[in-house]
Design a protein around this ligand. Structure first.
Ligand code: MEV
Length: 438
């Protein structure tokens, strides 16, 4: 039976680990050893990581890799990726190489509008609320001048504020729906600060508005927060080539192109497949988003909402064959930043951004979309030809052998044994045991 703990956040890191080890581990010394094994010797660097979040007791490493040879809009990029799934980086690199020989990726940002909302309740006359909003709107914008002036100097700021009547969805529910241009910042702090000030000014002004009845003056602000659903912050990436150029697989180019287009059509038509199809796309997207210090949960939530925008969850990619040309493209919402937040704090994120030549937010949007498209291409290419297990299992084999503590020589020998065989965990263990018992 575990006990609750009082004042945990006030304990030192050592004390937290001690408490945890005693409360949850039979072999508490080993638990302490493992947790401390991941501490960084550089105390300054460790302190930086400790302070990212509360109650840090250790570091959780994920591999930081790069996928080279991405030809995007005529320039070569090496894309940094942070991910634990074994086949993702290899697949990205393979797709990059494939398209490098066929003109590369073309990517374009369509729009960069961010959204934030003040959600409030009002139970009076609708037209009086609209008149009040029209009267107060310039004051709302004026009230946040201190927050917006720097962003405005650089060409960004508030795009617009609308009053939205949501009473059909929920009784008495309205919004101030604000749109922003946050340039190279993801903009969460900027947007939330503006919204909280809008809410204060809006509520206070309503109380003084003589046209309102006394109950109308009592607007109830429920919350003020940015939206991670950004359907007007969109990037498009695509590849295309003559069908004849799809000539590297065991299918004929025409068979390949047709099967590929059908595979995408299936993901468009059927949500079970769409979820897995899009998960493969997110393998690429999340890995770059994470490596570049962006918020992958925000990106995930926004992208999946977009995939279901017509009421059914569908593929994020599309493919076509027209006049002998195979085209494959993706269009996704992405709210990313290349300044502020983790981008200026995390040393590896800074390196990732330098590898990408310090991109603007728009350039990063393009590269992230390209990584998603490349990942989907690689997955579908395997699925419609050799199947996914061949590549996956090779990596899986090495993971099992690493777990068993195999040497490089032993790995080579066992990999040879499994060259044309299905990788089954128990059989790998048996092969290893046989090798080591000799
Ligand atoms: C595995 O992480 C991703 C795939 O399942 C994606 C797909 O099925 O398209 C291979």
């Amino acid at each position: 039976m575990k006990r609750p703990v009082e004042g945990f956040s006030k304990l030192t890191k050592e004390q937290k680990i001690d408490w945890l080890a005693k409360a949850y581990f039979y072999d508490d010394e080993n638990a302490v050893y493992v947790l401390k094994q991941y501490w960084n010797e550089d105390t300054q660097l460790q302190k930086l990581h400790d302070e990212f979040i509360e109650n840090t007791i250790s570091n959780f490493y994920l591999p930081f890799a790069v996928a080279p040879n991405f030809l995007v809009n005529g320039e070569y990029y090496t894309i940094p990726m942070t991910i634990e799934e074994s086949s993702v980086v290899a697949a990205a690199s393979k797709a990059a190489k494939f398209w490098q020989k066929r003109g590369g990726f073309i990517a374009k940002v369509i729009d960069t509008e961010k959204i934030g909302q003040v959600h409030f309740m009002y139970s009076g006359d609708k037209s009086r609320l609209q008149t009040f909003f029209t009267y107060i709107k310039p004051q709302l914008i004026h009230a946040v001048k201190d927050i917006t002036k720097n962003m405005e100097k650089r060409g960004g700021g508030i795009i617009d504020i609308e009053l939205r009547d949501k009473t059909e969805a929920l009784t008495n529910y309205y919004q101030l729906h604000a749109t922003f241009n946050t340039l190279d910042a993801m903009g969460a702090n900027f947007i939330n600060s503006c919204l909280e000030q809008f809410a204060k000014t809006f509520k206070a002004a309503a109380q003084d508005y003589s046209e309102f009845t006394s109950s109308e003056k009592d607007i109830q602000i429920v919350m003020s927060i940015l939206s991670n659903y950004v359907p007007n912050c969109i990037v498009h990436a695509e590849v295309s080539c003559p069908v004849e150029a799809l000539n590297e697989d065991r299918l004929t180019p025409h068979e390949f192109a047709e099967k590929f287009v059908r595979a995408v059509a299936i993901a468009n038509a059927e949500p079970h497949r769409a979820v897995t199809h899009n998960k493969g796309i997110m393998n690429g997207i999340d890995a770059v988003v994470l490596a570049t210090g962006n918020d992958f949960r925000a990106v995930e939530a926004g992208i999946h909402a977009y995939a279901a925008r017509d009421g059914q969850y569908r593929s994020l990619t599309q493919a076509s064959i027209e006049n002998g040309i195979f085209r494959f493209w993706i269009e996704i919402p992405l709210a990313l930043g290349t300044v502020g937040g983790l981008t200026s704090l995390h040393p590896l994120v800074k390196i990732a951004l330098e590898i990408l030549d310090k991109p603007s937010a728009k350039e990063l949007m393009q590269l992230v979309a390209v990584a998603g498209l490349a990942q989907n291409f690689a997955a579908l290419r395997s699925l419609i030809t050799s199947g996914i297990q061949k590549g996956h299992m090779k990596m899986h084999l090495f993971n099992i052998l690493n777990q068993l503590g195999a040497t490089e020589e032993q790995k080579k020998l066992i990999a040879h044994q499994f060259k044309d065989k299905t990788v089954i965990h128990s059989e790998v263990v048996a092969a290893y045991q046989q090798l080591t018992s000799n």
